[in-house]
Ligand binder design. Structure first.
Ligand SMILES: Cc1cc2nc3c(=O)[nH]c(=O)nc-3n(C[C@H](O)[C@H](O)[C@H](O)COP(=O)(O)OP(=O)(O)OC[C@H]3O[C@@H](n4cnc5c(N)ncnc54)[C@H](O)[C@@H]3O)c2cc1C
Length: 286
């Protein structure tokens, strides 16, 4: 299908984008366009105006600053996948990026667009939660920081308010455990996550878990923290039995998605299997 008619404005600076957004409350931000344009073509969205932020240089960067990893919202999946800095200090991020779509999607799609879209099968939200990231939103009224746990509100819904643009994603280096992994069952047609699990573990000794942080996507309307798995892992000696027992709680308290490809029961099973795999893969890399 063809999108409904719309206007298009390219912003050259973040300030310009914020002004345009403040003047046009029904406008949508356009980043990589790889979720927004398909939704417009299906007429699921019909914004009267697109404000293109894709070429604002100040929104595209990966840097280390004040003990934090800082990633501009318009940084592409490929830039993250290929970042040597991230491979060294937070390999979960490049690993997660490598699972997204295909080369074209990774070259155009952005981390900010993905988390702002909050697709139930999107990969980034799982990693963002497992890394306890902070998301910096900016509007004409100023700036605020939102914790990952508060950011993903519901299906395609985030804590961003009208008039706000996501500017940056921050990860404290101290929250990056040495044992990290992202594992995913790709949907065979779309490539999105039927289930995706990000594990970020701090260890003492060889395999004693000091702190576990587990994010899961694909299983329900929004990505979530697997708190019961974390509680079962924290302070435990990680062996096959403790890992399997912890992973059995991967979908506790979650309202499970079910569709033609994967029923709710199958998704629960996948969540458990892939959580176990994510923890084991993280341990192998520590
Ligand atoms: C064929 C295909 C396969 C894909 N496979 C996967 C996959 O396997 N895994 C996966 O996770 N994703 C997948 N995607 C989605 C892809 O990752 C998108 O790039 C991503 O979801 C959206 O990023 P974008 O930059 O393209 O955002 P856009 O499409 O430009 O925007 C998406 C939404 O976010 C808003 N937005 C964008 N940037 C900001 C911002 N900075 N602040 C506030 N709001 C903003 C827009 O207004 C819009 O509502 C796939 C897409 C396609 C087309």
């Amino acid at each position: 299908m063809i999108a409904a008619p719309f206007d298009y404005k390219r912003a050259n600076t973040l300030d310009e984008a914020l002004s345009l957004l403040a003047q046009n409350e029904d406008a949508k931000i356009l980043a990589g366009g790889h979720s927004l344009i398909p939704a417009m073509k299906l007429r699921l969205m019909q914004p009267p105006l697109l404000i293109d932020i894709g070429r604002i240089k100040d929104l595209s960067y990966i840097r280390e600053e004040n003990g934090q990893i800082r990633i501009g919202a318009a940084t592409t999946h490929y830039q993250i996948e290929s970042s040597e800095l991230l491979k060294n200090i937070c390999p979960l991020l490049p690993e997660c990026a490598s699972h997204i779509g295909d080369v074209q999607v990774r070259n155009k799609g952005t981390i900010g667009g993905s988390v702002a879209h909050s697709d139930p099968g999107g990969d980034w939200p799982a990693a963002i939660i497992a890394l306890n990231a902070e998301l910096v939103a900016v509007s004409k009224n100023g700036e605020r920081t939102i914790k990952a746990d508060d950011f993903f509100v519901d299906l395609l819904t985030t804590a961003l308010e009208p008039g706000e643009i996501l500017r940056e994603i921050r990860v404290n280096k101290t929250t990056c455990g040495p044992a990290q992994a992202y594992v995913k069952m790709h949907h065979p047609a779309s490539g999105f996550a039927v289930v995706g699990v990000a594990a970020n573990l701090s260890l003492s000794g060889h395999a004693n878990c000091e702190r576990a942080s587990i994010g899961i996507t694909g299983v329900s309307a929004k990505a979530y923290r697997a708190s019961a798995v974390e509680s079962a892992l924290n302070g435990a000696a990680l062996n096959q039995e403790t890992i399997a027992n912890a992973a059995a709680h991967a979908a506790d308290g979650v309202d499970l998605n079910g569709d033609l490809f994967a029923s709710a029961d199958y998704r629960r099973h996948l969540a458990e299997v892939y959580t176990k795999r994510a923890i084991e893969a993280a341990l192998e890399r520590a």
